[in-house]
Write a protein that binds this ligand. Structure first.
Ligand code: 3DU
Length: 207
């Protein structure tokens, strides 16, 4: 079992593909974000999906129709999962869930940095559960908030960024209720990314 989601926040096509190939057996999924997609186009999602589950971290935050259009593009390119904001409200969230089909929808309910979303986290968790998302994004470096979100969210999967470069501890996040931890810089900035992932898996007792 692997509980690391690798945040592939690089620009370069060759680097992205070679990291994906190298790490795919030792991570649960690869998360792509705007920096990679802006430089290479959405088709990079399909290419990486040959090696790993891909989560599109597009933090979708628009009206229902635009949310649908974005979600459909991720789905067309074989994404396994998609991350959406939820503060834009129920109608926007519903559009993502319905366009996602088999893709897993993760709803962001709190950031790893303080934000105005903090004022609405409980409402966002409740709404996300009512709208049948697969999981939530919650901060792995703000442990009390993560624990609180875990206590509210039943068996929804929680994926948690904020580990390593942003100060969070990998075991702290898992102990507080994260199912998976999202890690970027601590892995891809390491001179030996595969060795780094393997050592993190060892800390978690994962193979
Ligand atoms: O800090 P790292 O390099 O380990 O990368 C974390 C990733 O998770 C990065 O893609 C960032 O955009 C994403 N993320 C957060 O860091 C914090 C959030 O609240 C949501 C997403």
């Amino acid at each position: 079992m692997n509980r690391i989601i690798f945040a592939l926040d690089v620009y370069d096509y060759n680097e992205a593909l070679s990291l994906s190939r190298e790490l795919s057996n030792d991570v649960f999924a690869i998360k792509v974000n705007w920096p990679l997609v802006m430089n290479n186009g959405i088709s990079i999602v399909k290419e990486i999906s040959r090696y790993s589950n891909v989560i599109c971290d597009f933090k979708i935050a628009d009206i229902d129709n635009t949310n649908r259009l974005i979600t459909e593009k991720a789905r067309e390119n074989n994404a396994w999962g998609i991350i959406t904001h939820s503060f834009t409200g129920r109608r926007s969230l519903k559009a993502v869930v319905s366009a996602a089909g088999d893709m897993k929808v993760f709803s962001l309910v709190s950031m790893s940095q303080e934000s105005f979303i903090d004022n609405y986290t409980d409402d966002l968790v409740k709404m996300s559960m009512e709208e049948n998302v697969y999981g939530l994004v919650a901060p792995g470096n703000r442990i009390d908030i993560l624990r609180h979100i875990r206590s509210m969210s039943g068996d929804l999967k929680i994926i948690a960024p904020g580990i390593g470069a942003q100060g969070g501890g990998i075991t702290d996040a898992i102990m507080a209720g994260a199912d998976y931890v999202i890690i970027g810089r601590s892995i891809y900035s390491d001179p030996e990314p595969l060795k780094k992932v393997k050592s993190l898996n060892e800390i978690l007792g994962d193979d």
